[in-house]
Design a protein around this ligand. Structure first.
Ligand code: S3P
Length: 451
């Protein structure tokens, strides 16, 4: 969906009902990993409930350019893995769209495969820092260069199979699952153990999937060691859990909108992802959930009811465990009845937008009191949005958070750039409508419970 979309959310209706896949999409992080690891496996993988959206399309196109065949039937993906050395050299630069996960993980997989390629993306992606992967990959012996300001495009040279990559010991300067996963994927192109230390507990889906495929992965606190399997990776067969980061928008929607009660089914509840859940419970949220194991990940159902929230303090490891949820968390905090403070979250400045500055700017525009700090923000609480018009800054999570902010604002709230929701949650507007919200799009009324 490239056409500009402006949505207008009219407050006043409670959200009620149930959402599950495919309306609630498969997890973005697990989907990226499943596509790439499926391509690197020896043989055919089958992955159900894949996120089919703006962020995963470039990765599927990249597989085609690398000579890997795949078939998508709805959200069911079949990939014919070609093994670790099986990629063909792509004839043209691989376009990664706006997705930093795509470019960073793809760089790792291509490093393991040893093929030469150019990786590029949108002007937004070209602003994201790449030195964080380039430096450690170079230490491993990968012939890779970024542009002079350490951003995309990335240029990878050919590496002959008789030159395996070095197994290094490396400490990440910031906790980042994208960097950790890039290095773990690259490590498959070596014979030695790779050791990565992280300053915080970033999401561990790659470790879990590599283990299920036969790699030896040991985790001790924030250190991971991986020894590549001698006979390559076994294929995958599993169902991607619902995306907690997408569910987060609906969770906060129900918490701030009087009279709401929602049921969200089959949501990924991996503890490295659920920091927002912990904070919301501490803020007084009425959320009940249970979880079970499914293919090495925790998955569960959540029942969420409208709640009177109080503010919270967020810092340290909790920031890492809710790194994608700060825009929607700030919306919940605006409706809370006491102050909220976020510290140690400077990393938010390197996301799809500078999420500290764009979030504060747009929430202030619609009447929320919020103050930017160098590494976070603070809100006094008790200043829900009045309504008006806000802009998504090309950032899918900001677009969806601003729309949710309008569900209980004083007057309607319009968001331009709302097409960005298609990047990670294609059914966002449809899910809100199904639950009873009044949302119009580009002037066309799409009202509650009509769809
Ligand atoms: C992701 C890791 C996080 C997160 C992003 C997805 C991943 O980024 O913000 O949306 O799938 O590994 P960082 O690794 O930069 O923190």
């Amino acid at each position: 969906m490239d056409k500009p979309v402006m949505i207008k959310v009219t407050p006043g209706s409670a959200l009620r009902g149930e959402v599950r896949s495919p309306l609630l999409p498969g997890d973005k992080s697990i989907s990226h990993r499943a596509i790439l690891l499926g391509a690197l496996a020896r043989g055919a993988s089958e992955i159900d409930n894949l996120l089919v959206a703006g962020v995963t399309r470039p990765l599927l196109n990249a597989l085609t350019a690398l000579g890997v065949s795949w078939r998508l039937d709805g959200t069911r993906l079949q990939v014919q893995g070609r093994g670790l050395g099986g990629f063909s050299e792509p004839a043209a630069p691989l376009e990664c769209g706006n997705s930093a996960t795509t470019i960073r993980l793809l760089a790792g997989a291509l490093s393991a495969a040893g093929v030469s390629a150019v990786l590029d993306g949108t002007p937004g992606l070209r602003r994201r820092p790449m030195d964080r992967i380039v430096l450690p990959l170079q230490k491993m012996g990968v012939p890779i260069q970024a542009s002079p300001n350490q951003t995309a495009p990335l240029v990878l040279g050919h590496r002959p199979p008789e030159q395996p990559l070095n197994g290094i010991e490396y400490t990440l300067p910031v906790a980042s699952a994208q960097v950790k996963s890039c290095l773990l994927l690259a490590g498959l192109g070596g014979k030695e153990t790779l050791t990565i230390h992280e300053p915080g507990p970033s999401r561990d889906h790659t470790e879990r999937m590599l283990t299920s495929m036969g790699a030896l992965v040991q985790v001790e606190g924030n250190t991971v060691r991986m020894t590549p399997p001698v006979d390559g990776l076994a294929p995958l067969s599993f169902t991607v859990p619902g995306d907690f980061s997408a569910a987060a928008f609906l969770i906060v929607a129900a918490l701030i909108t009087p009279g709401s009660e929602l049921m969200l089914r089959n949501i990924g509840l991996n503890a490295t992802r659920t920091g927002l859940l912990d904070v919301l419970l501490e803020m007084g949220a009425d959320i009940v959930f249970s979880s079970r194991e499914q293919n090495g990940e925790q998955v569960g159902d959540l029942r969420v009811r409208y709640s009177k929230l109080h503010g919270a303090e967020v810092s340290g490891d909790l920031v890492v465990r809710m790194i994608d949820e700060f825009p929607i968390f700030a919306v919940a905090a605006a409706y809370a009845n006491s102050p909220t403070m976020v510290r140690n979250a400077e990393e938010l400045r390197y996301k799809e937008s500078d999420r500290i500055s764009s979030l504060c700017q747009e929430l202030r525009r619609v009447g929320v009191e919020i103050e930017e700090t160098p590494d976070g923000f603070r809100l006094p609480g008790k200043t829900p949005p009045c309504g008006g018009h806000a802009e998504a800054h090309g950032d899918h999570r900001l677009a969806m958070s601003l729309a949710i902010a309008g569900l209980a604002s004083e007057s309607p709230l319009a968001v331009s750039g709302a097409e960005m929701a298609y990047e990670s949650f294609p059914g966002f507007i449809e899910a809100l409508r199904k639950l009873g919200a009044y949302v119009s799009s580009n002037g066309q009324a799409l009202s509650g419970n009509s769809g």
